[in-house]
Ligand binder design. Structure first.
Ligand SMILES: Nc1ncnc2c1ncn2[C@@H]1O[C@H](COP(=O)(O)OP(=O)(O)OP(=O)(O)O)[C@@H](O)[C@H]1O
Length: 191
């Protein structure tokens, strides 16, 4: 249960949602994205409750803490399936280009269960560059990334907000200066 929770995120802002295990970070992200209903209160986008907003879902990418990939399918097939679900079209050459940027050259066509945890995370994150979306809601996106990958993702955060995007992210490690200016919302665990 959340008490006295009230915040606003403007274009060009990054909110770092922080708290110990069980504090409710994932639960809050699910409410923010409309996957869970709040017991009271509401989430609005452009002054409209998200359930009746025509633009919220198309402006949103939500990446949960699991990679959300089918291990039997290749990175290419997983991403094509995801794009079809989101009504977005990207040519295979465009998907290869994004996977290349994420350091996955040569791994595009093998079942993702054979990729390392960090490589699977990179496949999951590549969605951010396949569907242009103003709002990124990310649950522990740094999980399993190596040091270079963390620094790279933080720089992408900065670029996204510098371009007027919005990000809400959880992380168990503090964001570094690579991520640029951000505000922090602390959640506490109470039994
Ligand atoms: N589907 C559910 N049904 C009942 N309780 C749940 C459910 N999902 C989460 N909870 C409870 O809500 C609390 C917050 O869980 P949540 O996953 O939001 O925490 P978190 O801050 O994301 O934790 P972590 O850092 O471990 O990922 C926990 O006590 C958890 O047991």
């Amino acid at each position: 249960m959340f008490e006295a929770l009230n915040f606003q995120l403007m274009p060009g802002e990054l909110l770092y949602l922080r708290g110990p295990n069980g504090a409710g970070k994932t639960s809050l992200l699910r409410i923010i994205t409309g996957l869970s209903e709040p017991e009271s209160g509401e989430v609005c986008y452009d002054n409209t409750p998200i359930a009746s907003s025509h633009s919220f879902l198309s402006a949103l990418i939500y990446l949960g803490h699991k990679a959300g990939l089918n291990g039997a399918l290749s990175a290419m097939d997983n991403l094509q399936f995801w794009l079809a679900q989101h009504g977005a079209e990207v040519a295979p050459s465009g998907i290869y280009a994004v996977l290349e940027t994420l350091g996955l050259v040569g791994l595009e066509d093998i079942p993702v269960r054979l990729l390392s945890a960090g490589q699977q995370r990179r496949v999951a994150l590549s969605r951010l560059w396949l569907k242009p979306a103003k709002i990124w809601v990310l649950d522990e996106p740094f999980t399993a990334l190596d040091i270079a990958g963390i620094a790279w993702l933080e720089r992408q955060f900065k670029q996204h907000v510098d371009n007027g995007g919005m990000i809400i992210t959880t992380s168990h490690q503090p964001l570094s200066e690579n991520a640029g200016k951000h505000s922090t919302l602390d959640l506490e665990y109470r039994f």
